[in-house]
Design a binder for this molecule. Structure first.
Ligand code: CA
Length: 715
């Protein structure tokens, strides 16, 4: 997986960021909340009823649900800010959030109040015009639950319904808050607390039912979606996405059907299929669409020996929202074995295809193909690669199934596959403009090596991918060199013709969510902190501003008293951000969470970004043998890199272990094996790693620290 290290910023891009930051004005260091505007004047509390959400297009000044409208198009009809005047856009206010962990949420705005969710599922209600804090809710998520984070501890958003705001917490609770005060109305536990479930996604509310899924398929869980009564929190239905142990009986006919596509004793590994992000709803068809994730463990040969499609992994599931009953499914990657989730953003639209009006569902899942489905029936209309794909040649239009390439399942030997486990597109929201007819896809390039393990032991509460990391860690660099280079771009995609119309290349290997507007604008941030506006019809860059922190989240736009605003969350971390270790410069900027809101003529300035001083600790160099160092490197990749970065290169979200102090080194085994830092989210690897293993990792980390160049104090 050393190709992933290719995501690290080049020296050139580092310099660019530093120059831009040096240009930040020191003028106004006032934080939001000390602003002079009055917050409550003229605010009338109106409730976000079913009618309002279903007709969200009729009130474009608000952003009432996750994708603005139930079809999740993330397009705004607002056009006061447009291609002719966007150069006059400036910061109206900012609000700093005390976290250095991932910020991935889409804010909601209702009647002048903005609701933001942050890392660790903390909720902020802000005056949308001034940024003044109205209330804050901290669920006090136990930091120890962070040990179950494959991909940091983000929260992607909240939901509104009547007088309540709903947020799901990282440790599996669904909480209803009084939208006016932040007081808890009810709180319910949505998970079986034995397997390590987590929640990072935004709930949706449909006909008085709060819909929520969960994550954890890297660890060994069984995915499901649950609906709760929005007023009381009472559970109304729960629909599993993969079958459990047949001996326990099946919950539904759908599970009985699905079980025929599995082999072995998959339930012992959970099976996976978590619905951790994407939902959409069609009020006319009255169908709820659920994006279903990867298998647990990843490797099908271990999970379901002898094969099988393993329904409903990597599928789009259509459910009856009244009772959760199965209506149809479309499986994007039958027999999923690459972490190819279909949890990516789904967009509903009505398109004319071959002269026929079609109600479609569109998705660009991790597997590299862009799908246009008939959302009434689940039938494939078309599927075409939106990025280089080497695991399948095409989607067979008759069967709707991908035509796989021999060896793609690394059945006989290690194989580099693209897209890799990060996907050709990850959680970052797309946008569809009904004006241009284009879907804007935040595409990432990734390639990853997969290999079958000689044997596999499932370990409770630990990562269980069933990939042979020893082999993966030693793939020759020239093999990676043959894979497509690492890229991030916005691909403006014509879903009718299934082709790219234009692209916007990013200088960075990670990407960010999108917003398109009727002002012929497309907004996007980037990992290095630039927030920009492009013409949505041709991709011409029209405006940009530096946010002082990396951006991954999707922007929104709203209006209050006739004035249009654009808002976005800044913050580093998240899955690939953490793994690659370096969307920012090194030594890096202090990672901060920040809400930024812009308007025409906005003149607020940001405080100067803080550059973090890293120092190599004053400890003796390791005397470990080359063999021990190599052992430590492989173990680090397998167990540590998910949070502390490939090659032990970290960023501001997690400790960069190369700079661990002498005091930390003195209690190394207590931290790694005895859970000394469990309260900070550092798992115990007792039973997974031996004392010698822990010391081999320590030796590797010391050596990595010694090899830091340009840190100013490396020996
Ligand atoms: Ca996954």
């Amino acid at each position: 997986m050393s190709i992933i290290t290719g995501f690290r910023c080049s020296t050139a891009s580092t310099i660019v960021v530093l120059i831009v930051l040096a240009g930040c004005t020191r003028g106004n260091e006032q934080t939001a909340g000390t602003g002079s505007a009055t917050a409550d004047e003229g605010t009338t509390v109106r409730h976000v009823t079913a009618e309002r959400i279903e007709n969200a297009d009729a009130e474009p000044g608000n952003w009432l649900s996750h994708g603005r409208t139930y079809d999740e198009q993330r397009f705004s009809p607002l056009a006061t800010i447009n291609e002719d005047n966007v150069t006059g856009l400036g910061l109206a206010w900012y609000f700093d959030i005390d976290t250095n962990r991932a910020m991935e949420a889409t804010p909601l705005v209702a009647d002048g109040i903005m609701y933001v969710t942050a890392a660790w599922s903390v909720v902020y209600a802000l005056d949308a015009v001034t940024g003044e804090l109205k209330w804050q809710y901290d669920p006090q998520t136990p930091r120890s639950w962070g040990a179950y984070a494959c991909c940091d501890v983000p929260n992607r958003g909240a939901a509104l319904w009547n007088d309540k705001l709903y947020v799901a917490t990282f440790d599996g609770y669904l909480v209803a808050l009084d939208a006016d005060t932040g007081e808890v109305a009810w709180k319910t536990d949505t998970i079986d607390r034995t397997p390590p479930y987590t929640i990072t996604g935004a709930p949706r509310v449909i006909k008085g039912k709060v819909i929520i899924g969960n994550g954890g398929a890297e660890y060994g869980v069984r995915g499901y979606v649950t609906a709760y009564n929005a007023e009381t929190g009472e559970q109304l239905w729960r629909t599993y996405t993969v079958p459990g142990n047949p001996a326990d009986g099946f919950e539904s006919d759908a599970m009985r059907l699905a079980a025929k596509t599995w082999n072995g004793e998959w339930w012992k590994f959970g099976g996976g299929g978590t619905a951790w992000d994407a939902f959409a709803y069609d009020p006319d068809l009255d169908l709820l669409y659920v994006g279903v994730g990867n298998g647990s463990p990843w490797n099908r040969e271990v999970r379901s020996p002898g094969g099988g499609d393993n329904l409903f992994l990597a599928s789009v599931l259509a459910l009856d929202p009244d009772n959760g009953e199965y209506v149809w499914h479309y499986q994007t990657s039958p027999g999923e074995t690459w972490d190819y989730t279909a949890t990516q953003h789904m967009i509903l639209a009505d398109l004319t295809i071959d002269g026929e009006d079609r109600k479609v569902l569109m998705q660009a899942p991790k597997n590299g193909f862009f799908y246009v489905l008939d959302r009434k029936t689940g039938d494939l209309i078309s599927g075409s690669p939106y990025i280089a794909v080497n695991w399948a040649t095409h989607i067979d239009p008759e069967s709707g199934r991908p035509v796989e390439v021999p060896g793609a399942r690394y059945e006989a030997a290690q194989k580099i596959i693209f897209p890799g486990a990060w996907g050709g597109h990850n959680w970052h929201p797309m946008s569809f403009s009904p004006i241009t007819g284009l879907v804007y896809i935040p595409v990432i390039g990734s390639a990853e090596s997969y290999a079958n393990p000689a044997d596999f032991t499932f370990i409770h509460n630990q990562l269980n991918t069933a990939i042979d990391w020893q082999t993966v860690a030693n793939v020759p660099a020239e093999e990676y060199a043959a894979a497509p280079s690492v890229i991030a771009r916005v691909s403006a995609w014509d879903p009718v013709l299934q082709k790219e119309v234009f692209r916007i290349d990013s200088g960075n290997g990670w990407n960010a969510g999108l917003l398109s507007t009727a002002g012929n604008l497309l907004f996007q941030g980037d990992a290095e902190g630039e927030f920009a506006a492009y013409r949505s019809d041709d991709g011409t860059k029209l405006w940009s501003s530096h946010a002082g922190t990396g951006i991954q989240a999707a922007p929104i736009t709203f209006a209050v008293d006739g004035e249009q605003y654009v808002a976005v969350l800044g913050g580093w971390g998240g899955s690939l951000g953490v793994f690659t270790g370096d969307p920012g410069p090194d030594p890096g900027l202090e990672a901060i969470g920040r809400v930024l809101t812009y308007k025409l003529g906005g003149a607020r300035t940001l405080p100067p970004a803080k550059v973090v001083e890293y120092r190599i600790p004053d400890i003796a160099d390791t005397t470990a043998s080359a063999e021990t160092l190599e052992h430590g490197r492989v173990l680090f990749l397998d167990r540590c890199s998910w949070c502390h970065g490939s090659d032990a290169v970290g960023i501001g979200s997690f400790p960069d272990l190369r700079y661990s102090s002498a005091a930390t080194h003195n209690i190394w085994n207590a931290i790694v094996l005895d859970g000394a830092y469990l309260g900070k989210g550092m798992p115990s690897f007792a039973g997974v790693l031996s004392e010698d293993d822990a010391q081999a990792i320590r030796a590797y980390v010391i050596r990595q620290g010694r090899s830091v160049s340009g840190s100013g104090n490396a020996e």
